[in-house]
Design a protein around this ligand. Sequence first.
Ligand code: PSU
Ligand code: MN
Length: 340
Amino acid sequence: MPTVMTFGDRMPDRLPDHLSVKPEVARAIAARRPVVALESTVISHGLPYPRNLDLARRMEEAVRAAGAVPATVAILDGRIRVGLDDEDLERLATEPDVRKVSRRDMPIALATGRPGATTVAGTMIAAELAGIRVFATGGIGGVHRGAETSMDVSADLEELARSPVAVVCAGAKAILDLPKTLEVLETRGVPVIGLGTDRFPAFYTADSGLPVDHAATDAAEVARILRTKWTLGLDGGVLVANPIPAAAALPRDVVEAAVATAVAEATAAGIVGKDATPFLLRRMEALTGGRSVEANIALLLANASAAGAVAVAYATLDRAAVLPRPVPPIGKPKRSRTGG
Ligand code: PSU
Ligand code: MN
């Protein structure tokens, strides 16, 4: 197991008991080199074995190929672990009783010592504690369809409002109510930036028909927006929406039909709370003949690459800001006219 690392000025004294950062990751953070956090709920609850394990490894490779260090996050052995090794990924992909850890679950998972996979919210908390600013996932949680009666609104939205992390995703999952999800993001002050698009992506498809707040042309522009937001002291995260690659997108009518059926099944079966999203994703797989899983994997890999590029651009700005400014040339002391 990696040792507890303390580094920089970001880790408060109380954390060493609860946080373990992999040495490679800790070194990169301390040197302000690019790092990308990755979540683990998608591994334990979002994709079937063995595709989940393969995906976890390939996301880390995609981050490295973009020039950043990957830091997959999970709760293992009673600690928040930032940066995992292959054995850890295998545990998360195969063990049956891995808890899904969002903000409210964090103290329970840590105090009981049981394994936990972090959601977008849980991963953002860990990233902030470790000093990581960029994170890649598939699609964030949001406002569920029927939330006006179920009140099911993902804790991911609340976390985006409070933790200073950029979340690179393919929009919010298509099983959700996307207009309401964007309304909550607006209310909570979370900028929604399209990466090379002015449309909010809809996870399995590239265009939800809804606009983003700004279409950024490249990762460098995203990095400038992040830097500006946090320099201003505006709390919270930024949603960076990266549409699914065109070749991997599913036909919109296929997605809509499957979502309608899956949501109706969940309602009929009384599936609520944290089980709702994993149930819906599993039903989507069956209802699309496995095509939803292929699309999900393609968008996750694309997001890992894009997040790597954003982390590289952000690190460039971050390092420029902390480098000592050039010292102004020392001029000859002015002679006093009255003499000395
Ligand atoms: N992206 C995926 N698959 C997933 C998730 C994201 O491609 O399974 C996970 C994330 O961890 C996200 C969670 O936080 O789904 C949403 O769960 P809920 O709706 O219960 O908040
Ligand atoms: Mn929920």
